[in-house]
Design a protein around this ligand. Structure first.
Ligand code: GAP
Length: 457
């Protein structure tokens, strides 16, 4: 994990939030290379979940929501993690995670009583990560919602307006608008990538557990009790997508939830083998029954029943959800792509990213930057490729070996070098050809500039 974190900073993928002020725990910034990889991931995910499907609709809902929303969803009363505080140094620990580290199954869905019992039985084995003492308070449920002061200005009373605890609530709130405006037939899906905020007790492990996150969600609305077969298909589609973007199959596995939230009828996680953490949750796939729409119907008074266009029957659809944090997805993809290997007599770090995900599609270099005739020709090629591929790197920093190693670390699939042969100065038959170097094999071939675009494609 340390190597991935270091590469992310060194090459402009991810920075600690507010770093010059000493950092803000659980918040990260995506730098110039990171935002490209993140956007490419979002594009690929959106294509798979909207364009490649039928009857799936995109949405971008507002972040702030009416205070009642979080009562209806159960977040104001039940969205909490089990917290205990060290009496010696005030460090807060997430008790289910600390119990997990010593091999005891526990999670945030347990009641205060259940988890306190487990904690008391194992107190002698849990030490404070800061001061090493074992003097903890009893376990309390710590609500993860983060309040804003928006209500103070809208005159809607003193009730807090929360930042979204999960992005999917926006989908349930706009379900009726989408039914009314798009007239979709069941089964249909609503898809959104949206921000969520959680007052995580101990944000850690880089992008794995953060306080500000983005969730890519799909919600499939199905006829009541027609969930089982659709659920299997949804699960399979999501696993296949990870394989399609090049994640190694041996780093993915399924885990079924043993302890379901009371309304869910089934829940599985796709786990990824994160470096330094081992297998842990990457994405959740949940059969949420008709809980969400039933709750919002009750709390809002709006009729959220679906009218069957064939029979006229009215019912509340069931919802199958897939939800993945973009940060966790990013971490899995970059960790999976990270390789250290011997090449040309030294060790190189290379990101073997899927070509559609790489921040730069290709890099262009003049062999020597102090030869104007090489630079001029290289800029011509650069402009040509930029027009075609958009994100193309111009790299004339350091010698050519260093440039290759830098582009390897960024994951650029191909590097183009313009040299004296391109100018026809050494071998006239090679005039207007360039060197194309492949990231994964290091192999170099000569390609005519006229064929370069189709070759790269
Ligand atoms: N709407 C369902 C929902 O929010 P969740 O299991 O709490 O379910 C779904 O979150 C996904 O969001 C997780 O599988 C994970 O990828 C991501 N996620 C949740 N909390 C996170 C956090 N604190 N930091 C980063 N990602 C997180």
């Amino acid at each position: 994990m340390d190597k991935v974190v270091s590469l992310c900073k060194r090459r402009g993928f991810v920075f600690q939030g507010s770093e010059i002020y000493g950092g803000l725990a659980g918040v990260f910034d995506f730098g110039p290379m990171g935002v490209e990889l993140l956007n490419n991931l979002k594009r690929s995910w959106w294509k798979a979940n909207v364009y490649d499907k039928e009857n799936y609709y995109g949405l971008d809902s507002g972040m702030f929501k009416h205070p009642r929303v979080w009562d209806a969803s159960g977040h104001t009363s039940g969205f909490s993690d089990p917290l205990s505080e060290c009496r010696e140094c005030n460090t807060r620990i997430r008790v289910d995670k600390e119990l997990g580290k010593i091999g005891i199954e526990a999670d945030e869905k347990m009641s205060e009583e259940e988890i306190n019992k487990l904690f008391d039985e194992n107190r002698d084995k849990i030490v404070c990560p800061k001061c090493g003492q074992k003097n903890f308070t009893s376990v309390k449920a710590f609500n993860l919602l983060i309040k804003s002061n928006l209500g103070d200005f809208t005159g809607e009373g003193s009730e807090p307006v929360y930042l979204p605890g999960e992005a999917c609530q926006g989908i349930y709130l706009d379900y009726k608008n989408i039914v009314d405006s798009m007239s979709p037939k069941l089964p249909f899906g609503i898809v959104q990538i949206g921000k969520a905020f959680r007052n995580e007790i101990s944000p850690r492990n880089f992008l794995f557990r953060t306080r500000e996150l983005e969730q890519a969600d799909t919600q499939l609305f199905v006829k009541p009790n027609q969930n089982k077969e659709a659920y299997e298909q949804v699960k399979q589609d999501r696993l296949n997508w990870y394989l399609s973007i090049g994640i190694k199959p041996e780093n993915l596995r399924w885990k079924q939830h043993a302890n379901l939230v009371f309304y869910a009828s089934d829940a599985w996680d796709i786990e990824y083998n994160f470096p330094g953490l081992g297998f842990d949750e990457l994405e959740g796939i949940h059969d949420r029954t008709n809980y969400d729409l039933t709750q919002h119907m009750e709390f809002s008074g709006a009729d959220l029943r679906y009218t069957d266009p064939e029979t006229g029957e009215k019912y509340i659809p069931w919802i199958l959800e897939t939800s993945v944090g973009m940060g966790r997805m990013f971490l899995a993809v970059i960790s999976d792509a990270y390789h250290e290997e011997e090449m040309d007599g030294s060790t190189r770090v290379v990101l073997k990213l899927h070509k559609d995900l790489a921040p730069y599609r290709v890099a262009v270099s003049p062999l020597l930057k102090n030869k104007p005739e090489l630079v001029e020709k290289a800029r011509e090629v650069f402009k040509l490729l930029k027009k075609e591929f958009g994100n193309v790197a111009w790299d004339d920093n350091g010698n050519i070996g260093k440039r290759y190693r830098r582009q390897d670390e960024i994951g650029t699939p191909a590097c183009i070098v313009i040299d004296f042969e391109t100018l026809g100065q050494e071998k006239p038959e090679l005039k207007d050809t360039v060197t194309v170097r492949d990231r994964d094999t290091g192999e170099q071939i000569r390609v005519a500039i006229a064929d370069l675009i189709s070759h790269l494609k």
